[in-house]
Design a protein around this ligand. Structure first.
Ligand SMILES: [Zn+2]
Length: 437
């Protein structure tokens, strides 16, 4: 269990703020994040932090707040206020109740990510009250529309209000998971890069006909099934990027040849093996299929949508020849790439990484921070792309709830966060601001 490095005085403040944030229903769609932005503005202004609401449409405001500094480096505490749908029937408590039970705050968004919103707000507010004078700006941004990404949130801010969110460093969601290794060492994962989401559609052609006489037609759905088999059986050559190398060095004490990496990780941290496997190569997950609209008509066309994630730095043109080789030339199909996004990385030899390592070492003696790429997309991408920001995902978990439980609660029923995690998060964000600025 982690030992908090700062006084516990802010615990009640962050708990109360999170409870109030959860009670503002910001389910996206439609979002309605303005109510959450106004709540945060009132809280931050009371602490003397300058705030502005920036909105593409009135009901979906982003909040940007700052303690202005000098010409030194700037740090942005980044979070989003929207949440995904919650079905009350599946929950043990009303999902927007923000109930405090057994030292945990329950409700939609507790983990993803109003807990970090509240911790970031309390970190900047408490520093402002203490008269903190940063060398460069300390910025807080609670943005709209991360979950759907329809262009109301950070991507819009980077384009329309770049001066509001331009920063040298950023701390976002997407990391902080705690791994307890078989040998007894604790490792905290921090995400420093992300895979590119590059979905594509397979259009498989055949010939229609009456379903009662299969031989007169050429069933595109059956051909698609064969292509799906080939694609999902395929294991691309594993490759080591700098993030996974750094991770293996911390977790295994060395960097094994890529084909051995997954089994070696499984032997010390079984829960991390699947993620490591997904970070060594592109992945292909068929998720949507459509063919005939009539049960008695054999389809001439079958469309399969594939969720494809590329390694940071890879692009669709790099993998398309590989996909074609695997699918073969005997069945007629076309590949149609859909909109790709993400795929950026930040370097590791930075003052922010140093601050993170020092925090982990101070908070839990013997524990280590390990870098990792994120298999999914986060808003860190927009900052890296627009400003070359060093953006990491890190919000450390105290260990009160095991990592596999925390991961299973995100976007699921009975989402909840231990107050101990909130307190540790406030400590981390305050210590990062103090050591960088
Ligand atoms: Zn999130």
């Amino acid at each position: 269990m982690l030992r908090p490095v700062a006084a516990a005085a802010l615990r009640d403040e962050v708990t109360d703020l999170l409870q109030r944030l959860i009670r503002v229903d910001t389910t996206n769609p439609p979002g309605n994040e303005t109510a959450a932005a106004e709540l945060l503005r009132d809280y931050l202004e009371a602490a003397g932090v300058e705030c502005e609401l920036l909105a593409r449409v009135p009901e979906r405001a982003n909040l940007v707040a700052r303690i202005p500094g000098g010409d030194g480096p700037s740090l942005l505490l980044l979070s989003h206020t929207d949440v995904v749908l919650a079905d009350p029937a599946a929950w043990s408590v009303p999902p927007f109740s923000g109930e405090l039970r057994d030292g945990q705050v329950w409700g939609r968004g507790a983990l993803d990510m109003k807990g970090q919103v509240a911790a970031s707000a309390v970190a900047i507010a408490s520093l402002a009250r203490e008269g903190f004078r940063p060398a460069g700006d300390l910025i807080f941004a609670a943005t709209a529309d991360e979950e759907v990404n329809d262009g109301f949130g950070l991507s819009w801010l980077c384009r329309e209000h770049p001066d509001a969110v331009r920063c040298d460093y950023a701390i976002n969601e997407g990391g902080g998971d705690r791994l307890e290794l078989a040998g007894g060492t604790t490792v905290y994962q921090a995400t420093v890069a992300e895979k590119m989401s590059a979905p594509f559609r397979l259009l498989v052609r055949g010939r229609s006909g009456h379903a009662s006489i299969p031989a007169i037609a050429d069933n595109a759905l059956v051909k698609a099934a064969q292509l799906i088999e080939r694609l999902t059986a395929y294991r691309p050559e594993p490759q080591l990027g700098p993030e996974i190398e750094g991770f293996l060095r911390i977790v295994l004490g060395e960097v094994p040849p890529p084909p051995d990496a997954v089994e070696r990780v499984r032997s010390v941290a079984p829960g991390a093996a699947g993620t490591v496997e997904a970070l060594l190569a592109p992945t292909f997950s068929p998720t949507i299929i459509s063919a005939s609209r009539k049960q008695n008509v054999i389809p001439a066309l079958c469309e399969v949508e594939v969720d494809c994630r590329l390694l940071p730095g890879q692009h669709p043109e790099h993998v398309e020849p590989m996909i074609r080789a695997v699918l073969g030339g005997d069945l007629e199909y076309e590949i149609e790439w859909l909109e790709a996004h993400g795929g950026t990385r930040s370097p590791l030899d930075t003052p922010l990484w140093q601050a993170l390592e020092e925090f982990v070492a101070a908070a839990e003696p013997g524990a280590k921070a390990a870098p990792l790429a994120c298999t999914g997309f986060t808003d860190s991408h927009w900052l890296r792309e627009a400003f070359g920001t060093v953006a990491y995902g890190f919000f450390p978990a105290s260990g009160e709830l095991p990592t596999d439980v925390l991961l299973s609660l995100v976007h699921s029923a009975d989402e909840r966060v231990p107050v101990a995690d909130l307190e540790l998060g406030v400590d981390w964000l305050r210590s990062a601001a103090r050591s960088l600025l």
